[in-house]
Design a protein around this ligand. Structure first.
Ligand code: DX5
Ligand code: ZN
Length: 217
């Protein structure tokens, strides 16, 4: 499968959100990556339902919603209603992860789990069949524009090995510090989806930057 590119809207210009969404629409991007932060699970607050609904109104590609919030179960239905196609929760924020993943699939969404840099992928051993997406955080969540953590390559390989024969359709997504510098190595290690915020939105030509990430292999 050709890898997917998911530009992170967190790095967009919020005063020109429609313009930036339309840029992603006409680019080679596959998904919109949407970061929801509550100021509790992560030390930052991003945006909530009104902005998500506004994005959904203009976006012509699936919304990949990354919940960096405590107690995500309370809001799964609301995120689905606001337009989420993929819902990713943090393993560190879920006491009953299996139940949460089932609830996401019952809504008709792809179920994702994100793991922080300090969390071992071995913790996914007993839910690997219940997952559509694993989002490996390659920075500590909370902010765009941080430095990629090198250890992530090893986690991709370990996760791919764990999923072999048990979940061949699993999508491994990499979130944080992705750029043209590391994209090829990430794909070669087994990544399927590359999230890119700063790399796309700080580029002189974001559409070209997306095309370059998409064409990397
Ligand atoms: C970090 C977010 C990321 C972020 C990625 O907490 O989950 O999605 O927007 O941004 P870059 O690509 O700039 O590291
Ligand atoms: Zn994210």
């Amino acid at each position: 499968m050709k890898h997917l590119i998911a530009p992170s809207v967190l790095s967009a210009d919020f005063a020109n959100l429609q313009r930036d969404i339309e840029m992603i629409n006409r680019s080679e991007a596959d998904w919109f990556h949407i970061d929801i932060m509550d100021g509790v699970f992560v030390p930052n607050i991003s945006f909530g339902f009104p902005v998500l609904k506004a994005i959904h109104k203009h976006a012509t590609k699936p919304l990949d919603v990354h919940l960096m919030i405590v107690d995500p179960d309370r809001y799964l239905h609301d995120f689905k209603s606001a337009g989420a196609e993929n819902i990713t929760v943090h393993i560190e924020a879920c006491t009953h992860l299996h139940r949460t993943l089932s609830a996401i699939r019952d809504l008709g969404c792809r179920a994702g789990v994100a793991v922080n840099p300090h969390t071992s992928v071995s913790q996914l051993e007993d839910v690997i069949e219940d997952l559509d997406i694993v989002c490996l955080m390659s920075v500590n969540p909370g902010f765009g524009g941080q430095k990629y953590i090198e250890r992530t390559y090893k986690k991709i390989k370990d996760l791919r090995a764990m999923a072999a024969g048990r979940n061949e359709n699993l999508l491994i997504e990499i979130d944080g510090g992705v750029s043209n510098e590391n994209a090829l190595k990430l794909i070669e290690a087994g990544a399927d989806v590359l999230v890119a915020g700063n790399a796309v939105f700080s580029a002189a030509d974001p559409v070209l930057e997306i095309a370059s990430l998409k064409g990397i292999r």
